[in-house]
Design a protein around this ligand. Structure first.
Ligand SMILES: [Zn+2]
Length: 331
């Protein structure tokens, strides 16, 4: 028997053993936790026992670096088939951040793909998500509204680089709001491949850059911000750290005026905004579904109900938000 349900996170009930995908809840007691990537809302709290984590080597390393810990877990390799009794599974690249995966289950002749967070466009640091031919697709819907259309990524990269260079030319200190895992490394790669700018990062982002470099994404010219600000050409900081008092303090310490920009996922009422995301936009999600040949589509996260309706109308296949049905069974 295989049941899939959502209760905070997705849970697979396999012959009455519960397997969890990304145990975000504080109270968890699953023996198997598929950890799809190391964003904080997917790796669970610090206290969790990583020995129950089934994940990739880079994800575990990033999780340990975030928690300043050294726990071990069980490693999965991409595209290799594994088995738990009569349930087969494998992981495929989800294109989201270093080490991230989608989970493909095969049970009784039915294939089920659970995407977790996906991006189906190549970035400076990640390859587009691999799409598996599947019967049932459970797909994230963070940007699942018809309004969620991102511009061409290469054009957005060019716009960002122009903004950066122009502000440096004018003697300003650019500050860019980016989460420490994923987009920070994408922008560091973009900047270090196109300029000689020295990039100031928080300790967390700095350590994650080292892990990216270790796994073959060659990042350069990044430093921690704990130094003379005049040695740095720009700062990349987590959105939650950006407060007016901090920006004022940086302006005073550096004796420079500040140019500010944010990226998708963090909106501010001021500065420039670049639509650079490590998720699919609505068209990317629809493309993913078409390429997967799924006959049933369940949506979760973000705009799940709205996106399920869009899938029904545009693609004509059965689609429902997972939270609306709560559970379904594969015979
Ligand atoms: Zn994520």
């Amino acid at each position: 028997m295989l049941k899939i349900k959502i209760a905070g996170n997705i849970i697979i009930d396999h012959n009455n053993t519960q397997l969890s995908i990304d145990p975000i809840k504080k109270t968890y007691n699953f023996e198997t936790n598929f950890i799809t990537h190391a964003h904080k809302d997917h790796i669970g709290p610090r206290k969790n026992d990583f020995s129950t984590y089934f994940t990739t080597a880079p994800t575990l390393e990033i999780a340990n670096s975030i928690f300043d810990d050294n726990k071990s877990g069980k490693f999965l390799e991409f595209n290799k088939k594994y088995k738990i009794d009569d349930l087969e599974y494998k992981i495929i690249n989800s294109g989201h951040v270093l080490g991230s995966y989608s989970l493909v289950l095969e049970y009784n002749g039915t294939k089920i793909t659970i995407t977790s967070d996906i991006n189906n466009i190549d970035t400076t640091t990640t390859k587009a998500a691999t799409v598996e031919d599947t019967d049932i697709l459970i797909i994230e819907s963070t940007y699942g509204s018809l309004m969620d259309v991102f511009p061409d990524r290469k054009n957005e990269y060019t716009k960002f680089l122009k903004w950066l260079m122009l502000n440096r030319l004018n003697g300003k200190l650019p500050i860019v709001a980016c989460y420490p895992l994923g987009k920070t490394q994408e922008l560091v790669k973009l900047i270090c491949d196109n300029t000689n700018f020295e990039i100031g990062l928080t300790n967390d982002a700095y350590k994650i850059c080292d892990i990216y470099s270790k796994y073959g994404v060659n990042l350069k010219n990044y430093l921690t911000v704990n130094r003379n600000l005049n040695e740095l050409d720009l700062l990349i900081l987590p959105p939650q750290k950006i407060k007016k008092t901090l920006v004022d303090a940086i302006a005073t310490a550096s004796k420079k005026s500040i140019a500010f920009a944010s990226t998708t996922g963090a909106s501010f009422r001021f500065g420039e905004h670049f639509k650079i995301s490590d998720h699919c936009d609505v068209n990317g999600l629809l493309d993913y579904i078409v390429n997967s040949n799924a006959k049933q589509v369940y949506t979760y996260h973000g705009k799940d109900i709205e996106f399920a309706n869009i899938v029904n109308k545009k693609l004509g296949c059965y689609s429902k938000a997972l939270k609306e049905i709560k559970t379904f069974e594969i015979i």
